[in-house]
Design a binder for this molecule. Sequence first.
Ligand code: RP5
Length: 177
Amino acid sequence: MKNPTVGIVMGSDSDLPVVKGALEVLEHFNVSFEALILSAHRTPAETVDYAKSLIKRGVKVVITAAGGAAHLAGIIAAHTTIPVIGIPIKTSTLNGIDSLYSIVQMPPGVPVATVGINSAKNAALLAIEMLAIENKDLQKKLITYKKTQNDDVVNKSKKLQKTGYKEYLKVMEQKKS
Ligand code: RP5
């Protein structure tokens, strides 16, 4: 994508199924992005070069996704002054607690805004909220997004009260299968 506003970097292609959630949200809001695979450990030089290139290329926010000893967000935050959002990826060994702690516990002076484990959707929404500070169109889209979310819950509650919990659960199970 030309002139990306958001950079999305993942430590491995194995993170892509989670990261997809962020890409879909950015597409929904029509926000330009670039998606790359870079590793703090396996491609350290390329990662630093990328972090240093962000401002020059007009990228406004960068989202990183990494699992395990997740240093990707930190190394990028160390080399840029644009906001960095970290997605801790769920791991099979420690369930992503390792990723979460690695990303969230940054030393004072190098902030990383950390979302929940596998919370790619929230990472994209947070990036969009940052961009919306100076973008009225995005502000309007966010209001519509939240209104739709609100209406969905209200409608579900009405349905639950109307049908009762047994019928509601039955329909939920049918939708799953
Ligand atoms: C991290 O190691 C990646 O972000 C990924 O979550 C994890 C495992 O990577 P692979 O071994 O699947 O490439 O750097």
